[in-house]
Design a protein around this ligand. Structure first.
Ligand code: ZN
Length: 144
C-alpha cells in the first residue's frame, strides 16, 4: 500500500447553485480557493445524472444515463491533481421517486439543490497518473 499523511486545512460548507454542474462546481470552487487536495460529501438532489460502472476486463466505463429527478442518498469524493489541475473522483448513490437506487462512479449531474461539505488537506501534492494494470488514473505517491 502506498500512502502519505496530510494535515487538515480549511473546512467549507457550501450551497451549490441551482442548475449548476455538480462535479464542475466543486473543481471550480477548489481552483478559486487554491485547494490542491480535499475530500468532500454532498447531500441534496439532482435533476439528472450520469453515472458509470468501470468494466475491469475491457478497461472502459459503461455509462448509466439517469434523466430524472433524484435524491442524493450518498455522495462522496476526493480532489487531487491530474496533469497539475484539480481533479475530482466522485461516487454516488441516487434515489428516484419510487425508491429505486442507482449507484456508481459519478461523471456528472445537474444540481437541483445541494450542500457541499468540503475538507481541504494540506501537505505533499498528490497527482494522478495512468496505471497500466487497471487502465485508470490512480494516485502516485512518488515511489513510497
Ligand atoms: Zn470511480
Amino acid at each position: 500500500m502506498q500512502s502519505t499523511s496530510y494535515k487538515l486545512g480549511r473546512f467549507f460548507l457550501c450551497r451549490l447553485k441551482h442548475d449548476s454542474k455538480l462535479t464542475r462546481s466543486i473543481v471550480n470552487f477548489a481552483r478559486e480557493k487554491r485547494v490542491k487536495m480535499a475530500f468532500f460529501t454532498v447531500v441534496g438532489a439532482v435533476k439528472q445524472a450520469r453515472l458509470a460502472y468501470y468494466d475491469q476486463v475491457e478497461h472502459e466505463y459503461q455509462k448509466i444515463k439517469l434523466d430524472q429527478p433524484l435524491e442524493i442518498a450518498n455522495c462522496f469524493g476526493n480532489l487531487s491533481l491530474k496533469d497539475g489541475k484539480p481533479f475530482t473522483h466522485v461516487h454516488a448513490v441516487l434515489v428516484n421517486k419510487a425508491g429505486k437506487t442507482y449507484a456508481g462512479h459519478m461523471i456528472g449531474a445537474t444540481v437541483f439543490a445541494a450542500e457541499l461539505h468540503f475538507q481541504e488537506l494540506l501537505g505533499k501534492k498528490l497527482e494522478r497518473e495512468y496505471d497500466q494494470t487497471t487502465g485508470l488514473a490512480l494516485w502516485e505517491f512518488g515511489g513510497l
